[in-house]
Structure formats: C-alpha cells, structure tokens
Design a protein around this ligand. Structure first.
Ligand code: OTP
Length: 179
C-alpha cells in the first residue's frame, strides 16, 4: 500500500468534526463546534491543524458573535493552531482496518499564546489512502493558559450568568487523505 513517502496527507474538513463543551451556572451544559478546519501532515510527519475561530457555532448568533469579539478576539487572533510530529513509519505500517493509540506532545497556539499539550490520539487507517484521528479522552483547555479568563468573565457579565466554567473539554474526529 502507499505510505507517507508518497506524499503528504490533507485534512478532509467537510467530514471532520471539532466540538467543545461549555458549563454555565450550576448545571447548564451545552455542546458547540468549530465548522472550519484545515490541516495537513507533511512527508516528514510534521502535522498542523488550524481551527478557524470565526467559524464558532453555538446555535445562537448573538453568542457566536460575542465569542468572536469578546473571547477569542478574532480580529487579532483568528486561528488556533495545533502542531505536532507524527512518526511517518508507524503510520505507514498500519494496514487498512488497523488502529493505534499514540501518546503525543503537541503545541497549541491560541489567543496569542502557545502552550504544550500532552494527550493520547486514536488513529485508524481506513483504506490505503484514508486515516481517521480522534481524541481518546476529552482534551481539557484551561482558559487561564491562554489569557481567556477576562473574556469568559465578560461573557458571563453580559449574559447575566452566575458562572461559566473556565475549563473547556474538546473532542474531535479528523479524516486525512493521502495525496
Ligand atoms: O443568556 P444565556 O444564558 O443564553 O447566555 P449565553 O449562553 O448566550 O452566553 C454565555 C456564553 C457561554 C456559556 C459560552 C462560553 C464558552 C466557553 C467558556 C468556551 C470557550 C472555549 C475555549 C476556552 C476553548 C475552545 C477550544 C479551542 C479554541 C480549540 C483547542 C484545541 C485543542 C485542544 C486541540 C487539541 C488537538 C490535538 C492535540 C490533536 C490535533 C491533531 C493533529 C495535529 C493531527 C494529528 C495527525 C495524526 C496523523 C496523528
């Protein structure tokens, strides 16, 4: 079967999913998404995922716009970028149908700040040319790591809420096609 030596992988953004969860007051839990993703994995295994923060989708246009303006400040910081290195040989060794769990060290750039991130990813080769990558357990983003606490406080105030949680679980399913 073709392996990564033949070329790079490109994210199939139409098929991929990226979700996050918010908690407000005591027990109001809501699931949201980012609709526009892009990404690729180069021949040498260098992987980048870009999340368009303007594509935040919470099912409420007012809330979406407030999150762009008051939280992410997308005019200045429009994209969250995740980068990491993948072992190209390990990926190439998977046969269609086989899967593997990877311990990864990634870097997340968000709101002008970059921090390291350690997590586990589940990778499955679906066909000769298609892979699926998902989180094993929810990845927790702490607002304070990215200077996002003031923005969450501003959202809390303008919506008249008692509380909004500042730790945010995210989960995702990413599909990649070998070029
Ligand atoms: O009045 P009312 O009650 O109605 O009020 P409202 O509800 O209207 O208003 C109040 C507003 C609320 C309640 C919403 C508040 C929202 C929040 C608090 C959420 C804020 C969100 C935050 C802080 C973070 C959002 C997440 C991101 C920007 C993305 C982070 C990305 C991560 C963690 C990605 C991790 C991915 C990794 C490690 C892997 C990536 C994969 C690769 C690079 C590819 C690998 C490839 C191979 C082949 C292995």
């Amino acid at each position: 079967p073709p392996d990564m030596e033949n070329g790079s992988w490109t994210l199939d953004s139409d098929s991929s999913y990226f979700h996050f969860v918010s908690y407000k007051n005591q027990d109001k839990v809501e699931s949201h998404s980012f609709e526009r993703l892009s990404g690729n994995v180069a021949k040498n295994g260098s992987a980048v995922l870009e999340i368009d923060l303007n594509s935040v989708s919470t099912g409420n246009n007012t809330r979406d716009q407030r999150m762009r303006d008051m939280l992410f400040e997308t005019a200045m910081h429009g994209t969250a970028v995740v980068s990491m290195d993948v072992d190209p040989d390990a990926m190439a060794q998977l046969n269609p149908g086989q899967r593997s769990t990877l311990n990864v060290n990634a870097a997340l750039q968000l709101h002008g700040l970059e921090t390291p991130l350690t997590t586990q990813l589940f990778v499955q080769r679906l066909t000769d040319t298609r892979y699926m990558v998902q989180n094993v357990s929810p990845v927790l983003v702490k607002a304070s790591d990215y200077s996002l606490e003031a923005g969450i406080e501003a959202l809390r105030q303008i919506a008249g809420l008692n509380a909004i949680s500042t730790t945010v679980p995210v989960d995702f399913v990413l599909y990649y096609d070998l070029q």
